[in-house]
Ligand binder design. Structure first.
Ligand code: FAD
Length: 366
């Protein structure tokens, strides 16, 4: 039987559901409270720099799933971008994630064997690490902790690693070879023409209404549709009746600079505590198009989240997890609504995971 679906949110979760439901013969309308489609993956074309600005933070598509790679390639072609991050700390630049070249830069280690011996020698004996700092000192030593972890984590979590539980850090990935590819996945790239064009293709022939907040028209919209797929924050759907789920937020300062190349690489992590931003990204390096004389650069600042700011990273504490579970219990009382995506599920999802999750959910709805 044909059903009439309302999809709240035009990010990867909502757009994948919309495409699949329409292709299965259902009716479907997509709304979004923003003035554009694509959710946090939205990109804006910057004509002067002839590249696409990742407006809500750098997005690199990566997956090991052939099925998801084929699926997303229906809507875009990808370039051969590989994420090779650089770290800026004090006056030095390091290769990242930590690999043999980083260990050469730090300690002069030239072979995997030398690097292994060096790392062992750096560990500080702490029998029962009580916090994140002690865990790092015991497992990777002072130099790696101070160069890559201490300042960055302090900025990211607004707390010194001495005040953070050791459980936050499960391991520090260290490669004993020269592989500096950030991701281990089989497929990786940036869509040629930007991410927004993926969403425009996914949503082709599907009615999309922008700048419509579901929460302001809830009764009317619920009455007009058989089923709602809600990809906004789950607590907002229930008017925060049990309290607010917590997030960390980010502030993005986008700049157009009058020079052809600012930093020579797409992503730099700034790990010193006194540098207020955590990352800088230069968008022409994602597009791999170096024709323009100007460049588009973003400075990313961690920010305290409060209602009204963009929800970026769920704060993974026991309190938040148990609050989320209580909201999930409430969700069972509205079976005509499906909660999906990173905000509906209150978990950090990469793009390929959100698409996979939408594809498997939609199979149950068609
Ligand atoms: P979103 O993209 O957030 O979409 C939800 C949509 O719902 C939004 O458009 C919002 O406006 C809309 N909405 C919410 N409430 C309402 C309402 N009441 N009414 C109407 N509309 C509403 N993933 C990767 O794979 N690689 C990366 O390199 C990567 N980098 C990232 C960097 C940053 C800084 C961040 C924050 C995320 C990154 N991600 C990355 C993750 C990626 O952004 C997510 O996987 C993806 O955006 C999740 O899609 P979604 O549809 O669940 O949510």
């Amino acid at each position: 039987m044909t059903k009439n679906f309302l999809i709240v949110g035009s990010g990867f979760y909502g757009s994948t559901c919309a495409r699949e439901l329409i292709d299965a013969g259902h009716r479907c309308t997509v709304i979004d409270k923003r003035d554009h489609v694509g959710g946090n993956c939205y990109t804006r074309y910057v004509e002067e720099a002839d590249c696409h600005e990742h407006t809500y933070g750098a997005h690199i598509f990566h997956t090991s799933s052939e099925k998801i790679w084929k699926y997303v390639n229906r809507f875009a072609s990808f370039n051969h971008y590989v994420n090779r991050v650089k770290v800026s700390h004090k006056s030095k630049i390091y290769s990242f994630p930590i690999n043999l070249f980083t260990l050469y830069q730090l300690f002069g280690a030239k072979t995997p064997k030398e690097a292994m011996a060096c790392l062992e020698g750096k560990k500080i004996l702490i029998e029962k690490p009580k916090n994140m700092e002690e865990w790092c000192l015991a497992n990777v030593g002072r130099e790696i902790y101070e160069t890559f972890i201490e300042g960055y984590s302090t900025k990211q979590w607004a707390r010194h690693p001495r005040e953070l539980p050791a459980s936050i850090i499960k391991r520090v990935p260290i490669r004993l070879n020269f592989d500096d590819n950030y991701f281990d996945d089989r497929y990786q790239g940036i869509p040629i023409g930007g991410y927004t064009s993926i969403f425009e293709k996914m949503l082709e022939d599907i009615p999309v209404e922008l700048e419509v907040d579901f929460l302001k028209h809830r009764d009317d919209l619920m009455a007009k549709h058989d089923h709602v797929i809600f990809t906004g924050p789950i607590d907002s759907f229930f008017n925060y009746s049990l309290g607010h789920l917590e997030y960390r937020s980010l502030k993005f300062d986008h700049q157009l600079l009058d020079l052809p190349d600012f930093q020579g690489n797409a992503v730099f992590n700034h790990t010193e505590a006194k540098v207020p931003f955590t990352r800088t990204y230069e968008h022409k390096h994602f597009d791999m198009n170096y024709s323009a004389n100007k460049t588009s650069v973003t400075f990313e600042y961690p920010e305290k989240w409060e209602p009204g700011k963009i929800e970026i990273y769920p704060v993974n504490t026991e309190e938040n997890q148990s609050l989320f579970l209580r909201y999930q219990e409430l969700a069972k009382e509205v079976p005509e609504v499906t909660f999906g995506g990173r905000l509906g599920q209150y978990r950090y999802y990469d793009m390929h995971q959100v698409i996979a999750s939408a594809l498997s959910k939609v199979r149950l709805l068609v």
